[in-house]
Design a protein around this ligand. Structure first.
Ligand SMILES: CC(C)(COP(=O)(O)OP(=O)(O)OC[C@H]1O[C@@H](n2cnc3c(N)ncnc32)[C@H](O)[C@@H]1OP(=O)(O)O)[C@@H](O)C(=O)NCCC(=O)NCCS
Length: 191
């Protein structure tokens, strides 16, 4: 397994690896059909085995003029971190992270920031990899049934059937009946 910088020729493999790796996670419907590009400078690494993309990490970082991270200081935001499901649990994610940390230290970044949901093992994985939780709020997916009991827009001709919303208040119990809801958590690793 080799870790190297992403090249445009990797795009198809990158997209496939990302989609497959998220299938069994709370982000299963967050599908990207093209690789994202960033306004700010970035660290973009792939793990390659038998000429296949088996892992990836994308980190866009703060500059003097444009901030990406939510925490103060100069940080890098991890937008994508994924290991192909057939290759998980073999140390590839950790190797990608450690290589990204080396690059981030060379760039004099002070921390890395990642957001993840409370379903699955990713929060534990970040904690094992020296991250600590600093913030949280909720992601809510309202089904058509949930929508029948929630606020509708004033225009009768416009009827939302589903909704994705974030909730930052203290009364999450009011949404107990909503089946698909997650705590979305911010993790920081100081460098
Ligand atoms: C999170 C992820 C990037 C970790 O990469 P990885 O290569 O599987 O992880 P590593 O092999 O480096 O880490 C090993 C640790 O992760 C845990 N782990 C890895 N895969 C796991 C799995 N499928 N189920 C449960 N735990 C798992 C193990 O606890 C293991 O710890 P151990 O060595 O003490 O046993 C990868 O599992 C993944 O792509 N998940 C889906 C996408 C995702 O959640 N991305 C990040 C958050 S948005």
């Amino acid at each position: 397994m080799e870790i190297r910088n992403y090249k445009p020729a990797d795009e198809k493999g990158w997209v496939r690896c990302r989609v497959l790796s998220f299938l069994d996670t709370a982000y299963y419907d967050d599908v990207h059909r093209e690789k994202e590009t960033f306004e700010n400078p970035s660290i973009e690494l792939v793990a390659i085995e038998d000429e296949q993309v088996v892992g990836l990490i994308d980190i866009e970082y703060d500059t003097k003029d444009e901030k990406v991270c939510s925490e103060e200081g100069t940080g890098g935001m991890i937008w994508h971190l994924a290991v192909h499901p057939d290759f998980q649990g073999r140390g590839i994610g950790t190797a990608l992270m450690e290589r990204a940390v080396e690059e981030a230290i060379k760039l004099e970044l002070e921390f890395l920031e990642a957001w993840t949901r409370d379903a699955g093992h990713s929060a534990d994985w970040f904690e094992k990899n020296a991250y600590r939780k600093v913030d949280e709020y909720y992601h809510l997916y309202l089904s058509d049934e949930d929508m029948a009991h929630s606020v509708q827009p004033g225009d009768d001709n416009l009827q939302p059937l589903y909704m994705f919303a974030q909730y930052t208040g203290d009364d999450i119990e009011q949404f107990d009946s909503i089946e698909r809801k997650y705590k979305c958590m911010c993790y920081i690793r100081n460098l």
